[in-house]
Design a protein around this ligand. Sequence first.
Ligand SMILES: [Cu+2]
Length: 124
Amino acid sequence: MSMTAGKSKSLHLIQWIMLLSITTLMMVACGSQEPAEISITLSEFSIEPNEVTVPAGEVNFTVQNIGALEHNFEIEGVQEKIDFVLPTETETLETTLSAGSYVLVCTVEGHREAGMVGTLIVEE
Ligand SMILES: [Cu+2]
C-alpha cells in the first residue's frame, strides 16, 4: 500500500516538472515573436540613433521629426517606407526583416549627403 502511494507521488512530480518545462518553453517562444519596437528621431540633418540593432522578425519603427523641415524614412531594399514626416509629427512603419545589414536613409534631395543616413543591423 505504502509503495503504491510512493510511486504515485513521484509520478506527480515528473508530470509537474514536464508541465513547468512546457510552460517555460511556450513563454520563451512567445517572447521571441513580439515585434521589436524602435524609436527614431529625424532632424537637420541626422537620423538618431545612427546605428540600430534588432533581432530578425517583426520590427515596428516609430519615427518622429523633431526638425523644422519635412523628412522621410526608408530602409534600403525594404518595400515598406514612410513617404513623409512633417515637422513635429510622428509616423510608424511596420515591417518584417531578415538578418543582414541595412541602410536607413531620408531620401529628400540632399539630405543623405547632409548626414541623414544610418545603419540597421538585423541579427539572426
Ligand atoms: Cu531629411
